[in-house]
Design a protein around this ligand. Structure first.
Ligand SMILES: NC(=O)c1ccc[n+]([C@@H]2O[C@H](COP(=O)([O-])OP(=O)(O)OC[C@H]3O[C@@H](n4cnc5c(N)ncnc54)[C@H](OP(=O)(O)O)[C@@H]3O)[C@@H](O)[C@H]2O)c1
Length: 371
């Protein structure tokens, strides 16, 4: 005979309530089963949310951006390959869910889960999670809890872990920058570039910001200056004698940040001070970076690469938390604003079109899916 006292009945009820094998929540996701042109390989897929277990949490996604790396990942041209897996026991095809970054809210936690509770806002602990979906269930270690705040928008939180963190690390980890020192960067209107401008301003560092020329260049110049850019120049001005003299007058940068490659990236390297540090973190022009030997021999410039995913893999959650807390604090105090962004409607065709457009250039800011 089985005897239940009141306490064990309560516990049993909780178990039945929380750990049923099926979930009545349907997940909608943008997935792919092989690599290729995003509009051809991405497809809409709906499946039941995996059930909660004592060790897992369930989250509801609030917003997820479309970053250049997400597009490269779907194309199969990114070194970080997502896991292809059966999302649902009825599926016979293994899928990867698109997207690497986003903010989600915890909607349920298993009884053994510690340090994360219903209502918390979380970001992904690692790249490659698959954030173009409405819900997910996973171990608590898949997520990093954000400090509670009402004054930071979902757009800021959804776009926090890749671009602001990349800017933060590159400004801190390659050379000691003192107040008044200069940094030069290309792709300065990108989300990383906007983050560099704002962090540098908050920390008293000056920036020379290189952007591609365009018909409405004054509007862009104005936008970047509003963010805190010290100087904005176009890539076709970069190699001129006048620009060389101007930069010498302002102060030669100790640090160069390159996400473009090709000719303008070479020109930018020539402006660094002797013993300067040059960090390449992207290749938007899809052209190799060629370097004159004199920069290495006579100016002793050091060239590095940076990859945020590698940093995250090689540093612990506590180190990441210190960086994230500092960024959120700057956001709360109004020193770090939302990136320029446009909303992507959460439907198959608009998201596919947005992903295809993701790396075409001259865009109108970060594309963000709001769920
Ligand atoms: N290594 C890392 O850990 C890491 C982390 C974050 C980002 N990234 C890389 O950083 C870059 C920027 O990322 P994001 O998310 O900040 O980008 P984003 O906000 O989507 O902006 C894209 C940037 O690329 C420029 N661009 C596009 N096509 C170009 C071309 N053909 N030639 C020159 N510039 C071009 C755009 O300038 P226009 O307005 O002139 O088109 C814009 O400045 C990407 O390459 C991304 O993969 C790397």
């Amino acid at each position: 005979m089985v005897f239940f006292n009141t306490k064990s009945t309560i516990i049993l009820n909780r178990i039945i309530r929380a750990y049923t094998t099926t979930s009545n929540i349907t997940v909608d996701a943008l997935v792919y089963s092989n690599y290729g042109k995003p509009s051809e390989v991405l497809k809409w897929h709906s499946y039941p949310l995996p059930a909660l277990t004592p060790e897992t949490v369930q989250v509801k996604f609030l917003a997820s951006p479309i970053n250049p790396a997400d597009v490269n990942q779907v194309q199969g041209a990114y070194p970080l390959k997502p896991p292809f897996q059966l999302l649902n026991e009825k599926d016979d095809i293994k899928y990867a869910v698109g997207g690497n970054e986003g903010v989600a809210q915890v909607i349920a936690t298993g009884d053994k889960v510690k340090g994360i509770k219903v209502g918390d806002q979380v970001i992904m602990a690692k790249a490659g999670y698959g954030t173009w979906r409405t819900y997910a269930t996973g171990p608590a270690s898949d997520f990093q809890v954000l400090p509670m705040t009402d004054s930071v928008s979902n757009i800021q939180l959804a776009t926090l872990s890749v671009n602001p963190c990349t800017a933060y690390r590159m400004l801190k980890d390659f050379v000691k920058l003192n107040k008044g020192d200069y940094v030069i960067q290309n792709g300065a209107n990108s989300a990383v570039g906007q983050s560099v401008i704002q962090l540098a301003k908050a920390w008293g560092i000056k920036t020379i910001n290189v952007v591609r020329n365009r018909p409405d260049i004054d509007a862009l110049r104005n936008e970047l200056e509003q963010l805190g850019a010290t100087h904005v120049i176009t890539d076709d001005e970069l190699g001129s004698f006048e620009t060389k003299s101007l930069i010498k007058e302002w102060g030669q940068p100790k640090l160069g940040l390159n996400c473009v490659g090709g000719k303008s990236a070479t020109e930018m390297a020539r402006h660094l001070s002797a013993n300067g540090q040059y960090v390449t973190y992207g290749a938007m022009a899809r052209a190799p970076l060629s370097l004159p030997a004199s920069l290495l021999i006579f100016k002793n410039i050091s060239f590095h690469g940076f990859w945020m995913s590698r940093w995250t893999d090689t540093h612990n959650m506590e180190e990441r938390k210190i960086m994230i807390d500092e960024l959120i604090d700057l956001m709360k105090r109004g020193h770090f604003v939302e990136p320029k962004w446009t909303q992507v409607e959460w439907k198959e065709e608009p998201v596919k079109a947005a992903v295809d457009q993701g790396i075409q250039g001259y865009g109108s800011g970060k594309q963000v899916i709001l769920f």
